[in-house]
Design a protein around this ligand. Structure first.
Ligand code: TNX
Length: 834
């Protein structure tokens, strides 16, 4: 008996392993492996039953491209064929399917055409990954393992939003994007078509919306911004192109939901038709500093005629039942200052401008109802009054906002920024916004959109599903950043939308992703983000941890960028000069960002809530092993829990305090302390002590890093329109803080850095721009002075950077602006001195 049981468990276990090895994403409801397999041959036909012709053509085209085999369409089933059937009598939810593959062929039954299409997607994933290639692939056994799959989605709304305003993406890029969404069983494409920096949809009745408002540049109505530089930049989709994209998306079973962002985020529309603004907003010279001339005047009745005309054309272009009207981030303070709006508020007895926004939303709702559609908007439309029952809300600010919406009975799409805003950076080494924090892959995966600790069962019924967003402010560079920010994060979000919560597991997902899905995406031609290794230093050893089993980690020792022919990492590297090492994960011609070793954490901390907290002590041996300026950072494990306050940070040398810092840099999210140790002596013992105080039991780690630059005392004098509050960022040697001007600059303006002592160094780098490389100084040069009075001219700025290589001690250096910048402002940084 015992033996039977163990054989049973063993085979069950093997069965599970087998099921796992298909590595499907998103993970289906039920996968039952069977014995044997089915190989595609040129005799294989696709049998298209009723209602399945279009899906059959899709499959035929996909298979034909990579296998080169014809896959004739047939109407009667035969051995060795792929049979596609729509069967509404199936006992599974909408969009579901049953797939069965045996050694005799494949049969997919969809509950509806959508279900059939998703069954086909699963079939493609069961084939070798080269099936996704657009080119003919030779020498491949096109084999499908025998299996049966039963599958259906958790949510019927699984979306992706793309902002085509801040950067414009052409028709082909949008189509490719839609292709890849469909493969991940995403069924909505939310198209953010208008915003402050451009209007991207042709409206016949108002031609200036595209002839004027689709363009920005030095001589355009909209100023250059977001990396568009010294040239005319922009574009729009003609109505013909929109119809084509909508048709194309429908073929991929994707509904396109248009967004016209109103009444705020409308600076582009206003640049073409200033009459839509409040009279108090129209004149640039007279309007208030907080008035961005970006919101429609709500009291002005003719605006509703114009909006009705615009929305009528929009409604006619998109078969979707939903029109998204934005509604986010309106500076409502401008309305009470407007004579028309304030008179209207008085007449309607409105107290707060939120009520005016709510009135606006209701007016649009009426217009949209009249067009036979439903209105949708960002969660701000919940403020200021009730909504029509049919309105759909997109909760972006927090899960709490989603909960509030569902409590009001409003159908809600969860698109929480902290998890689903893919314009956020994925780590501190990478480009991206961070106002919603870093959004690494595991954080995307972690969100349960109908989390039962947040939503009641009744509220959860109003969660329609999930959606992630790409806001494209930072997508002007580098090349293929859209792919990089989208994948694999979309894979993780897609699984939250499709897969039952009980079947979701991060480790399991990550295994499926890295062992199989990377290769599928590679064949699709997606330039996805490859994860980097974690590399640490201690005791003169550099240790790298590969980001997934089998990952190809390579490194260089001379500071150069690693590539596919660099040394492959195979074990800890003995290297005292670890600061020069660079590591990357290589995936064919893709690779991760390069990372340098960081010192191993010196230990953990827990905040002390006692009235008289005790200092905590950390041993620094093996880490602080050379002279320099050391920085200690106290990073909380869960930043959301709040941080602890750190004080009396000291370094001890053989028990004697030799360095201290009592204040954190104010701008840091984490807390960073400066500890100069120029007289480091390797025969002595070093330790770190600090008091970490906090109300709750907050925990975290202490990191310590050596500054890579010299940090001489320096003063700065500015003769440019620099926001005075930010001037200190030019001398704090915190390279995460920058100082911005408030205008484009004028020839002759300057920023002068005066050193406390004459400075001897080999190189000074003048970096300008923000950390994400906006607002670079393009038109300027540097000068230096040995005596602080006579100036010698150095290089011009190239791409925002200038370098000096002094041959004698310097008293001062300066940046001189030679003409207005090609972006709205200029950002300056600390000097990088080596
Ligand atoms: C907030 S989300 C916005 C966008 C920005 C985005 C940047 C929302 C409704 N408004 O206008 O592009 O943050 O992350």
């Amino acid at each position: 008996m015992k033996k039977i049981v163990s054989i049973l468990t063993l085979s069950l276990f093997c069965g599970m392993m087998f099921a796992q090895s298909y590595n499907l994403i998103p993970r289906p409801v039920e996968v039952t492996p069977a014995k044997g397999s089915f190989s595609l041959t040129s005799a294989a036909a696709i049998v298209a039953g009723k209602g399945s012709k279009q899906v059959a053509l899709y499959l035929q085209q996909k298979l034909n491209r990579s296998t080169g085999m014809p896959f004739k369409l047939a109407t009667t089933s035969a051995v060795g064929s792929i049979e596609l059937i729509v069967n509404s009598a199936l006992d599974i939810p909408a969009e579901g399917y049953l797939l069965s593959a045996t050694d005799k062929g494949v049969k997919i039954e969809g509950k509806d055409a959508d279900g059939l299409f998703y069954g086909v997607q699963t079939l493609l994933q069961l084939l070798p990954p080269q099936v996704y290639s657009a080119q003919l692939q030779g020498g491949i056994q096109w084999t499908i393992p025998a299996v049966s799959v039963k599958d259906y989605p958790r949510f019927h709304y699984r979306g992706m939003m793309l902002d085509v305003v801040r950067q414009f993406f052409d028709e082909q890029t949008v189509k490719n994007y839609i292709d890849w969404l469909a493969i991940h069983k995403i069924n909505k494409f939310h198209w953010h078509l208008t915003d402050d920096q451009g209007w991207r949809i042709e409206i016949k009745k108002y031609p200036k919306l595209t002839s004027v408002a689709a363009w920005r540049g030095p001589n355009e109505a909209i100023a250059p911004t977001l990396g568009s530089g010294d040239k005319r930049y922009g574009g729009f989709y003609t109505q013909k192109q929109i119809k084509e994209i909508v048709r194309y998306a429908a073929e991929q079973h994707i509904e396109v939901i248009p967004e016209i962002d109103l009444p705020g985020h409308s600076h582009a529309a206003a640049s073409a038709y200033p009459e839509i603004l409040c009279p108090t907003s129209r004149d640039e010279a007279k309007r208030a500093a907080d008035d961005m001339a970006d919101a429609w005047c709500v009291g002005n009745e003719t605006n509703f005629t114009m909006l009705a005309n615009i929305l009528k054309e929009v409604a006619a272009l998109f078969p979707s039942k939903i029109i998204h009207i934005g509604g986010d981030e309106v500076n409502m303070a401008i309305w009470p200052r407007c004579p028309i709006c304030s008179a209207f508020m008085k007449k309607e007895n409105m107290q707060k401008p939120e009520e005016l926004q709510n009135y606006f939303v209701h007016r649009l709702n009426k217009i949209i109802d009249g067009l036979g559609k439903r209105m949708a908007g960002w969660d701000e439309i919940l403020d200021g009054g009730d909504l029509e029952g049919s309105t759909q809300v997109y909760a972006w600010r927090s899960l709490k906002r989603a909960e509030v919406a569902t409590e009001k009975g409003v159908p809600t799409v969860v698109m929480v920024g902290q998890n689903y805003y893919f314009d956020m950076a994925q780590s501190k080494y990478e480009r991206g916004h961070n106002w919603a924090g870093l959004v690494p892959l595991d954080k995307v995966y972690a969100l349960d959109p109908a989390d039962n600790t947040v939503f009641t069962a009744e509220q959860a019924k109003k969660v329609m599903g999930v959606q992630a967003a790409i806001w494209s402010e930072l997508f002007n560079e580098p090349a293929r950043f859209l792919d990089y920010q989208s994948y694999p994060r979309i894979c993780a979000m897609a699984e939250a939308g499709w897969t039952q919560q009980s079947l979701r597991n991060w480790n399991d997902f990550y295994q499926r992703l890295t062992s199989s899905h990377f290769e599928r995406m590679y064949n699709m031609g997606i330039a996805f983000r490859v994860p980097f290794p974690v590399v640490t230093y201690k005791n003169e050893l550099v240790t790298a941890v590969a980001p997934y089993p089998g990952a190809e980690v390579r490194y260089t020792v001379d500071g150069s960028e690693p590539n596919a022919s660099s040394v492959r990492y195979s074990g800890p590297v003995k290297e005292f000069n670890y600061e020069k090492l660079k590591f990357k994960t290589i995936y064919k011609d893709l690779s991760s960002v390069a990372v340098s070793p960081e010192c191993e954490n010196v230990g953990g901390w827990v905040s002390d809530s006692a009235a008289k907290p005790k200092p905590q002590v950390w041993d620094l041996s093996g880490i602080v092993d050379r002279p320099g300026i050391w920085y200690a950072t106290f990073v909380p494990d869960q930043p959301t829990k709040g941080s602890a306050s750190v004080s009396q940070v000291r370094v001890y040398e053989n028990g004697i305090a030799v360095a201290s810092d009592d204040k954190a840099t104010a701008t840091e999210r984490t807390q960073r302390y400066r500890l100069p140790l120029f007289a480091f002596d390797k025969t002595k013992k070093y330790s770190l002590k600090a008091i970490v105080q906090g109300k709750e039991n907050v925990s975290g780690v202490v990191k310590i890093e050596r500054s890579r630059c010299m940090e001489p005392a320096v003063g700065v004098s500015v003769n440019a329109n620099l926001n005075p509050e930010y001037a200190r960022y030019l001398t704090d040697y915190d390279f995460e803080t920058v100082a911005r001007t408030i205008d484009r600059g004028v020839a002759g303006q300057s920023v002068t850095y005066v050193f406390a002592q004459p400075l001897t160094c080999s190189k000074i780098t003048f970096n300008t721009g923000t950390l994400t490389a906006f607002y670079l100084l393009k038109n300027g040069h540097v000068e230096y002075s040995v005596d602080g009075e006579n100036w010698i001219r150095g290089d011009k700025f190239e791409k925002g950077i200038a370098v000096l290589r002094p041959s004698q001690p310097l008293k001062a250096v300066k940046i001189v602006i030679d003409g207005p910048n090609d972006e709205a402002i200029i950002a300056f940084q600390d000097l990088k001195i080596e």
